[in-house]
Design a protein around this ligand. Structure first.
Ligand code: GLN
Length: 247
C-alpha cells in the first residue's frame, strides 16, 4: 500500500511538472502588447476585437519572432509601468519616443510619425497656438500633449482625461476650450463629432516607437530587426496607408 501511494505521488509530480513546463512554454511564445484601445486609427475596438495600425504591425512583429500576439488594453498612463514590471512585453500605443520616458524604458526604432494638433470648436476665437494662452486645454493624461501643454501654458490651464474621447466630449459641451492630441486620432474624433475643427498650425512632430523593458535588450534587438525587415518589405507603409488614406 505504501508503495502504491508512492507511485501515485510520483505520477502526480510528473503530471504537475508537465503542466508547468507546458504553461511556461506557452507563456514564452506569447508576445504581450500593452495598448490603450481608444486611439483610432492606431488602436480601437471593432466589435470586441482590437484593430488598427499598431495591432496589425504588432501582429507582424510577433509573427517574425515566431510568437503569438496578445493585446492587453489598459490606461495609457499605466503602459510604461507595465513594461517596467514585466506584466507586458512591449508598449505599443502610438507612443512617442521621448527622453523622459527613456529614463524608464527602452524604445525601438521608430515605425511611424505623429503630430500633435489642436482641436477647437468651429468658429472658435482660438486660431493659433498663441491663442491658447489663458484658455482651458484638455489632454490625455501622461501623453506628450499633456507635458507640452503643461510646460507651455501652465498646470492650471490643463485638464487631464483618461482618453481622447472624454476630452473631446468636454470640448463639445463647452467645459474646455481646446484639446491637444495626436493628428490621426484628432481627425477621427472630428469626423465622429459635429462642430469641431483642427487648427492648421501643428504643435509638434514626433516619432512613434515601441517601449520595451530595460531588462530585455534581447527582445528590443529582435523587435528592431523585425521593424527593419517590415519596413524593407513595404509592410509598414502598406498598413499605415490602409488606415490613413492619402489626402
Ligand atoms: N503620442 C502621444 C504620446 O505618446 C499620445 C499617445 C496615446 O495617447 N496613445 O504621449
Amino acid at each position: 500500500m505504501k508503495k502504491f501511494a508512492r507511485i501515485i505521488a510520483l505520477v502526480m509530480a510528473v503530471a504537475l511538472m508537465a503542466t508547468l513546463f507546458a504553461s511556461c512554454k506557452k507563456e514564452d511564445n506569447v508576445l504581450k502588447m500593452g495598448t490603450n484601445a481608444a486611439f483610432p486609427p492606431y488602436e480601437y475596438y471593432e466589435g470586441d476585437k482590437i484593430v488598427g495600425i499598431d495591432a496589425e504591425i504588432g501582429a507582424l512583429i510577433a509573427k517574425k519572432l515566431d510568437m503569438e500576439l496578445e493585446i492587453v488594453d489598459m490606461d495609457f498612463n499605466g503602459i510604461i509601468a507595465a513594461v517596467q514590471n514585466g506584466s507586458i512585453d512591449m508598449g505599443m500605443a502610438g507612443m512617442t519616443k521621448d527622453p523622459d520616458r527613456e529614463k524608464s524604458v527602452n524604445f525601438s526604432t521608430s515605425y511611424a510619425t505623429g503630430v500633435q494638433v489642436v482641436i477647437v470648436k468651429e468658429g472658435s476665437a482660438i486660431k493659433s497656438i498663441d491663442d491658447l494662452k489663458g484658455k482651458k486645454i484638455g489632454v490625455q493624461e501622461a501623453t506628450t500633449g499633456d507635458s507640452y501643454a503643461t510646460s507651455d501654458f501652465g498646470e492650471e490651464a490643463v485638464k487631464r482625461y483618461v482618453n481622447g474621447a472624454a476630452a473631446v466630449q468636454d470640448l463639445q459641451n463647452g467645459s474646455i476650450d481646446a484639446v491637444i492630441i495626436d493628428n490621426e486620432p484628432a481627425k477621427a474624433f472630428v469626423a465622429a463629432n459635429e462642430g469641431l475643427t483642427i487648427l492648421e498650425t501643428e504643435y509638434t512632430v514626433e516619432e512613434y516607437a515601441i517601449a520595451v523593458s530595460k531588462d530585455d535588450p534581447e527582445l528590443l534587438e529582435k523587435i528592431n530587426k523585425a521593424i527593419a525587415e517590415l519596413k524593407e518589405e513595404g509592410k509598414i507603409d502598406e498598413i499605415i496607408n490602409k488606415y490613413i488614406p492619402a489626402e
